[in-house]
Design a protein. Structure first.
Length: 311
């Protein structure tokens, strides 16, 4: 029988790409999403494939009929705009949603993969960030609802692994971009692209010297699936170690879109990380994974998508 995968947050940016790639690789996929930040347009093209969709809030009990081989927990608001507008749902999906998804994996004797984030490192005092770094997080700041939800989710995942024997995986995702990001997502790439394509001012927060590392979606999905199929249980960073400043990515997008936009600077949000770059030694050695899509190559495909969405 074909392996069955349940993906929470399947109508989101990463979840929908995961669903599509797993279908391409011969899996049966069951997608779950409450559509709070997801969009059925991201998965509508999967309707005639071995894919089924359940509209459901995973902070409530998850029922799936029949066997399940993998549970991929991707449900969560994931951009600063989302978790500042939805602080309590963000905390609930990280805590209650992770508990319910782990419960499903335990009941079905399924392998569990948690979508964690580089945000667990906070505004890091270690650079680049290794998985052994415990982080520098403000638990009571406005970003704390997302940072701590993911840190709690990691703790619960490891508790289910150690106490219940669930085969769990934790992927710490660094900045990722590509088609199906929302125009008003609020993260750097979609924000800069939507502004540049409208020839509006491109807004950079802070002085633009803070750094990020950008991974194209297909590279990320490949890393996630390699982890899903591996024997590893400790957290693994999946990200692109090419580090660049926010000002550089803004200038690159303006140039590649042929925009007349100018960069304008605004105050840096509270607790915004100054540096972000993954150490991917574990991914390289344990998963034989590293990114292969060059930034400019991925930006071309992403700009093509955004041209169809920006009005």
């Amino acid at each position: 029988m074909k392996k069955r995968v349940v993906i929470t947050g399947a109508a989101g940016f990463i979840g929908s790409h995961l669903a599509e790639t797993l279908l391409d690789r011969g899996y049966t996929v069951i997608g779950i999403d409450n559509l709070r930040t997801g969009d059925t347009a991201n998965i509508s093209h999967l309707a005639n494939r071995d894919f089924s969709f359940i509209k459901h809030d995973v902070t409530n009990y998850i029922y799936i009929d029949g066997p399940v081989d993998f549970v991929l927990h991707w449900a969560s608001p994931a951009s600063p705009i989302d978790y500042l507008e939805l602080p309590i749902p963000t905390l609930k999906v990280g805590a209650l949603g992770t508990h319910k998804a782990l419960g499903l994996a335990k009941a079905k004797a399924a392998r569990f993969v948690l979508a964690s984030t580089s945000e667990v490192y906070g505004d890091p005092l270690e650079h680049p960030q290794k998985e052994t770094y415990w982080g520098h997080v403000n638990p009571v700041g406005p970003r704390g609802v997302y940072d701590e939800a993911k840190r709690f989710a990691e703790a619960m995942t490891m508790a289910y692994h150690r106490y219940h024997g669930v085969d769990t995986k934790i992927v710490r995702i660094f900045n990722t971009y590509g088609p199906r990001m929302r125009v008003n997502d609020g993260r750097a790439v979609p924000a800069f692209m939507s502004q540049a394509l409208r020839n509006e001012d491109v807004t950079v927060f802070g002085d633009g010297t803070q750094t990020r590392s950008f991974t194209y979606i297909t590279d990320l999905v490949d890393g996630i699936i390699r982890l899903m199929l591996s024997s590893e249980n400790d957290p693994i960073n999946i990200g692109n170690p090419r580090e660049m400043t926010i000002a550089e990515i803004a200038d690159t997008i303006i140039r590649m879109t042929g925009s007349t936009s100018q960069v304008v600077y605004k105050p840096l949000p509270t607790d915004d990380p100054k540096q972000r770059r993954p150490d991917i030694t574990r991914a390289r050695t344990l998963l034989q994974w590293e990114p292969t899509v060059a930034l400019e190559q991925g930006l071309v495909k992403t700009i093509e998508y955004f041209r169809t969405k920006v009005r």
